[in-house]
Design a protein around this ligand. Structure first.
Ligand code: MTE
Ligand code: HPA
Ligand code: MOS
Length: 793
């Protein structure tokens, strides 16, 4: 008997990541594994040791005298313009005139070996004149220092509504930054070619921005710079704009030396020199009716932008657009402030401001619920967006696809939330020291770049005469599984198995003018572009098939690797061969732009998102109230992926994002000393979650029968960022555990990350007896102050 043929694998199948075997065997090639041309050089950076300093003379004499050193560059050696700003102009690759943070690259050297390059970098002498530094958001607010104008989102008359609200509460809370901690650090290899051409291999989410940055620095037209990336060893937003710094400096050294140059940052330099998630200081004033229905909210989100704007305006805009989360707020003002500090410039990080915006509203609702002595979920449910009413966001977008109650309801039922709550309460009643906490969180996340222009993508598809397919698109692979998903879409279009589709490295020479792979929209955008290309070719193939067998093209069908016309059929490869023999092109580009979206940045109104994704989570923690240590014991996640393109990949994204979110909210503390130097610049001092921090009970479900209402690729939904915010359930569960040591309704004061010292201090405050010697470190990021926000704007 013949074994049944394995089913064809196309869209919606749990196909494994195309590099899965390569990842686990170490055979997948990252930039640092690439064989270098024999004349290649290695580079190292010279970083500013001060938070703010004027740059005097840069003396390369000693460095260049070291045997093996070939070239050195500072800002003065830039042949083009020293500008790589992703949004605003004038943001330099190498500090010029002044350096504005400890870690700011001011110069770089290239040498025959990495060791010599690093030794030489230490020999570069820079004359520094130290200047006063602003290191906190409070000081920036007090001095009115911003990297961009404030953004204000306003609906109705929140001041008046606050005035007549029966219940009024205000508060302050903050969340910390986060290092991307990609396993593969920032790296680039620049290879000079003929006639000043420059080829750059870069670990970047945004090859086009690297192309532009390098072209600006070298004074070249874009067509002389080609940027290629096969894969990144993780990026998480940290290689959306930051990769350009590294690639740009490598290219400058390559130009100066005329030889290929590899620049790979050691972890400590990577953490000191490149941007992170924005920490936020949040202040709020809310008014509700007696049942906790929000009538008015005045919310201020003050971001620590660091020294330049980078992507901050867009991050803040997304924070504003997520400070409603799932809730209808009739009269509202949200003010976003981009505070300038003499620290590394913060940047994109998974969620892109969304996590901070949702952190604000969830913290506020948690305080409100405790104040009202109501369960948090009850207060939330009273404030959920409605269907057909109370369904407009503060920025004027109607929530057309609201499934909040379905998602939260399905989660609550699947985990027996009331029974779970009883078990936690029963445990706490008999456990004086270790206290458990339980909390849920609903998530609504908007999909599309919040700058409409960026929502476009291109693809290039070739069918060869054996029926194998070459696929290229503008998206980059960073471990998230974009390549396999887009390959599945193309396989589906041709009705062939995904194994027939080979995805090649992303290159600015194959698909031009691309957007970053970001905003979770990689598969939405590139999947559609690739589908368009494939459909063009399939149409031509159908015509050839129709001509061959004398049927109308509409009667040709494709199934299981074959094309059918009446009773005749050809394998996909045979048809490809036939097309070639008839001189019909088997290659096409494809293009996509997201419909329906628009945004007015001046008024903070529009429809910035094509659609929303939804999710909900419940988490249980145990807190040791004598030490502040904590464990996440159980997490239950339900995530909407629409008609998932690949449930196995999506599950990995959900689990990974949740654990990364846990890290942001619990253990990943960034700490700067009083001189503005980052103290947590390596794994020994910066604690990302390890395998043992993953909850022992960790259940992930994909919402079933939930096709995207909008016509996205195969009705799927984006998944890369939204589940990160499900981790807010962990932070809220910690607050629940802390609250359990105090009287009902006691206020919990706990910022993020909820490190043991913060948790312990929060426990002591709730107990009412602050003990000497317990509390956040006096100079650490746990410091609180009331200066500034609200009066600064
Ligand atoms: N998953 C892995 N493994 N590595 C990453 O670097 N980045 C995240 C997410 N998932 C990331 C990841 C971020 S910040 C985004 S925006 C999306 O992937 C980008 O890819 P996508 O648009 O294809 O989902
Ligand atoms: N996400 C990521 N990157 C971006 C965005 C966004 O919403 N907008 C502009 N750049
Ligand atoms: Mo993701 S922060 O949009 O790269």
């Amino acid at each position: 008997m013949n074994a049944p043929a394995s089913p064809r694998r196309g869209a919606h199948a749990s196909v494994r990541h195309d590099s899965a075997a390569g990842h686990v065997t170490g055979r997948a090639v990252y930039l640092d594994d690439m064989p270098l041309p024999t004349n290649a050089l290695h580079a190292a950076l010279v970083l500013c040791p001060h938070a703010h300093a004027r740059i005097g003379a840069i003396d390369f004499t000693a460095a260049l005298a070291l045997p093996g050193v070939v070239a050195a560059v500072g800002a003065a050696d830039i042949p083009g313009v020293n500008d790589i700003g992703p949004i605003l102009k004038g943001e330099p690759a190498l500090a010029e005139g002044v350096a504005e943070y400890a870690g700011h690259p001011v110069a770089a050297v290239a040498a025959e070996t990495l060791e010599i390059a690093r030794e030489a970098a230490a020999l570069v002498k820079v004359e520094w004149e130290e200047l006063p530094a602003v290191l906190t958001v409070e000081d920036a607010l007090a001095q009115g220092l911003f990297v961009a104008p404030p953004q204000v989102m306003l609906r109705g008359d929140p001041d008046a509504a606050l005035g007549y609200a029966p219940i009024r509460l205000s508060g302050e809370v903050r969340c910390g930054g986060q290092d991307h901690f990609y396993l593969e650090g920032q790296i680039a290899i620049a290879v000079p070619g003929e006639d000043r051409d420059m080829q750059v291999f870069s670990s970047t989410q945004h090859p086009t921005e690297v192309q532009h940055g390098v072209a600006h620095l070298l004074g070249l037209p874009f067509n002389q710079v080609t940027v290629e990336v096969r894969r990144m060893g993780g990026a998480f937003g940290g290689k959306e704009s930051q990769a350009t710094i590294v690639a740009g400096i490598a290219a400058l050294l390559a130009r100066k030396s005329g030889r290929p140059v590899k620049l790979r940052l050691p972890r400590d330099d990577d953490m000191a020199a490149t941007g992170k998630r924005h920490p936020f200081l949040i202040r709020w004033d809310v008014g509700t009716d007696a049942e906790g229905r929000i009538l008015a909210l005045d919310l201020t989100l003050a971001a620590d932008s660091g020294n330049i704007a980078d992507l901050t305006p867009a991050v803040l805009a997304r924070a504003l657009c997520h400070s409603d989360n799932c809730y209808w707020i009739p009269d509202i003002r949200v003010t976003g402030l981009a505070c300038k500090t003499h620290k590394v410039s913060n940047t994109a990080f998974r969620g892109f401001g969304g996590p901070q915006g949702m952190f604000a509203i969830e913290a506020l609702l948690d305080d409100l619920a405790r104040h009202l002595k109501l369960p948090l979920d009850t207060v939330r449910a009273r404030n959920f967006y409605g269907v057909g009413a109370k369904d407009t966001t503060p920025y004027g977008m109607t929530v057309e696809d609201n499934i909040i109650e379905r998602v939260t309801g399905e989660l609550a039922r699947s985990v027996d939330l009331p029974g779970w709550r009883d078990a936690v309460d029963a445990f706490n009643a008999s456990s004086p020291v270790v206290k458990k906490g339980l909390a849920t969180v609903p998530v609504k996340f908007g999909i599309s770049f919040n700058l409409p222009t960026l929502n476009q993508a291109g693809a290039l598809v070739h069918v060869y005469t054996d029926g194998s397919v070459h696929l290229n698109h503008g998206g980059t692979e960073m471990g998230q599984g974009l390549f396999v998903k887009v390959a599945q879409v193309v396989a589906e279009a041709f009705a062939i198995d995904v194994a027939m589709v080979r995805v090649s490295a992303t290159s600015t020479a194959k698909v031009p003018n691309t957007s970053a792979t970001a905003a979770s929209s990689g598969s939405d955008l590139n999947g559609m572009a690739a589908l368009a290309a494939a459909e063009t070719i399939r149409g031509r193939m159908a015509e050839v098939m129709a001509g061959q067998f004398g049927v109308p093209p509409d009667d040709v069908s494709f199934d299981d690797g074959r094309a059918f016309a009446r009773n005749e059929s050809l394998s996909f490869g045979e048809l490809a061969q036939l097309c070639w023999s008839k001189r019909v092109s088997l290659s096409s580009t494809g293009f996509y732009r997201t419909p329906k979206i628009h945004w007015d940045a001046a008024t903070c109104t529009g429809r910035p998102f094509f659609y929303f994704t939804y999710g909900a989570a419940a988490a249980e923690v145990a807190v040791d109230t004598l030490t502040g240590e904590l464990r996440v014991l159980r997490a239950e996640l339900l995530q909407d992926c629409g008609n998932s393109l690949n449930p196995a990949i999506d599950r990995g994204q959900i689990e990974g994002a949740f654990v990364q979110g846990m890290g942001w909210l619990t253990s990943e503390e960034l700490w700067w000393d009083a001189a503005g130097r980052l103290g947590t610049h390596g794994p020994s001092t910066y604690k990302i979650p390890g395998s043992r921090d993953v909850p022992p009970v960790f259940v992930t479900r994909l919402l079933e029968d939930a096709p995207n209402r909008e016509a996205t690729v195969m009705r799927s939904k984006a998944v890369g960022e939204p589940p990160l915010m499900l981790a807010l359930s962990v932070w809220l569960a910690i607050r629940d555990a802390v609250a359990s040591v105090g009287p009902k309704g006691a206020k919990v004061e706990l910022d993020a990350p909820a490190t043991p010292s913060r948790v312990l201090a929060a426990v002591e405050r709730v107990r009412g007896g602050e003990q000497p010697g317990v509390g956040p470190p006096p100079t650490g990021p746990g410091q609180r102050s009331n200066a500034g926000v609200g009066s600064g704007s």
